[in-house]
Design a protein. Structure first.
Lengths: 306, 158
């Protein structure tokens, strides 16, 4: 990947210029559809955009000066790591990446959750700390099936190149691995049955309780990018085929990403929030079981191939 | 001032403030009547989320502070703290008769109200309790004030 192409991937597609409007659209569709499922009319699709503009135009209350770099830096780090993830996604044909880029990709995907936890503790609010603890427990639980599934895919493909993994994982491994990763998606996006960390009204606003004005707007942006990056990651892993035409690849990526949003919304609208113990045990048991299935399949596929 | 108020950014911010008002609901010793009526506004029948209005858990996220109750002595300090935690621009809506006049509690030694002795109030919604329609009307007038507060625009809807 030469530096010009990397810059395009970071800033245009699937980076900033694509991800920001699509992220707002995804959040807008989520709120609108959730309202429709609940028998309401709901906010317009442009709602997340106006929320961010309004928050940016607010005057934050003065805080202790030493808090400000940390509380501004954490959401910025989350935004940056999400853009990095998007830039590394092998959307097109012939994107060779580099050896071990799947490891960089996964670690970048984890950074927003880490920032979210640190933000909760750094804000020194009791609600922030409760939310941060919950997020920490839940994200460890969700990473068990997530990483196991990815290890299974990488092992069966025999490569640490993300593009190699995408193209040469056999379906018998890919399907259980994808099911396990899809299972982790609502947890990583903090959607309803697993909305423990940001449990609105229950722990006020979780780790973001003490964030106001522009700093909260940065978190809203990070959350929008998180939707695009995580959903994009699943979509990229799901399709092994890459067309020679770049616009077919791009259109497929965008349409499949958008198609996942109603499914996640349906799940969020039709379920109530789980308790921490329920969510973690569900993740370890069912998510873990499917991921281990993928790992076993990968073992047999590899040995059968020799 | 007159040069900037028609600028693109100012118009955008003005529009955003009208379309995305987040409420923080504070119970200053209310009997829960007004609180139930306020929450009713979020239900499918009234659905204020159409206008981008939503109830927030943290005062630091909020634009509109909705206060119900006559402000008892024990809630006064919390009310002052929460008002101070809300970032500018902000508006205060007094829901019901209690924050406006102390209602039947007037003259009690345990009441520090009415609300306007403690924080500046922008809109009063009378009633005991007020109907959801009245609350929505009050909040929409408060949003109108919110949009005009900093951007310096002069045109008002009504």
């Amino acid at each position: 990947m030469n530096s010009f192409r990397a810059l395009i991937a970071l800033l245009i597609f699937p980076g900033l210029l694509y991800a920001l409007p699509i992220g707002w659209l995804m959040l807008g569709v989520e709120r609108k559809l959730k309202a429709r499922f609940q028998g309401r009319i709901g906010p317009p699709l442009s709602q997340p955009f106006y929320d961010v503009v309004k928050l940016l135009a607010k005057l934050p209350v003065n805080r202790v000066a030493s808090d400000i770099p940390l509380l501004t830096g954490l959401p910025l780090l989350a935004i940056g790591s999400m853009l990095g993830t998007l830039a590394l996604l092998p959307v097109f044909r012939g994107e060779s990446g580099f050896v071990g880029d799947i490891i960089v990709l996964v670690s970048l995907l984890e950074i927003p959750a880490l920032c979210f936890i640190l933000a909760g503790y750094a804000s020194r609010s009791i609600y922030g700390e409760v939310g941060a603890t919950r997020e920490a427990v839940v994200s460890i639980a969700s990473n068990v099936p997530f990483l196991t599934a990815l290890v299974a895919m990488a092992a069966s493909a025999g490569s640490m190149h993300s593009s190699q993994i995408v193209s040469s994982t056999p379906w018998i491994v890919r399907i259980p691995a994808l099911v396990a990763i899809l299972f982790c998606l609502p947890i990583k996006l903090r959607l309803n049955p697993f909305s423990l960390a940001n449990a609105e009204q229950e722990v006020l606003a979780g780790p973001l309780t003490e964030f106001d004005g522009p700093r909260l707007a940065l978190w809203e942006l990070a959350h929008a990018l998180e939707w695009v990056a995580l959903i994009g990651f699943v979509v990229v892993l799901a399709i092994p085929y890459r067309s020679t035409l770049w616009y077919v690849n791009a259109a497929g990526f965008v349409l499949l990403s958008l198609a996942l949003v109603p499914l996640l919304t349906l799940l969020a609208a039709s379920t109530a929030r789980l308790k921490l113990a329920q969510a973690t045990s569900m993740m370890w048991r069912w998510g873990g079981a499917v991921a281990v299935l993928a790992l076993v399949a990968a073992f047999f596929v590899r040995n059968g191939g020799h | 001032m007159s040069g900037t108020e028609h600028g693109l950014i100012f118009r955008l911010v003005d529009r955003a403030r009208r379309r995305s008002a987040w409420l923080y609901h504070f119970n200053a010793g209310a009997c829960n009547g007004c609180d139930i009526e306020l929450v009713t506004c979020l239900t499918p029948r009234y659905d204020v989320e159409q206008a981008g209005i939503k109830l927030e858990g943290s005062p630091r996220h909020a634009d509109v502070l909705c206060v119900s109750g006559p402000v008892t002595r024990t809630t006064r300090e919390a009310l002052e703290t929460i008002y101070g935690q809300m970032p500018e621009p902000k508006v205060v809506v007094a829901i019901g008769s209690c924050p406006a006049t102390c209602n039947v509690f007037a003259g009690s030694p345990f009441i520090d109200g009415p609300l306007d002795k403690i924080v500046p109030v922008d809109i009063y919604v009378p009633g005991c309790p007020p109907r959801p329609h009245a609350i929505i009307e009050g909040i929409s007038q408060a949003i109108e004030k919110l949009a005009l507060r900093k951007s310096g625009a002069t045109a008002v809807g009504k």
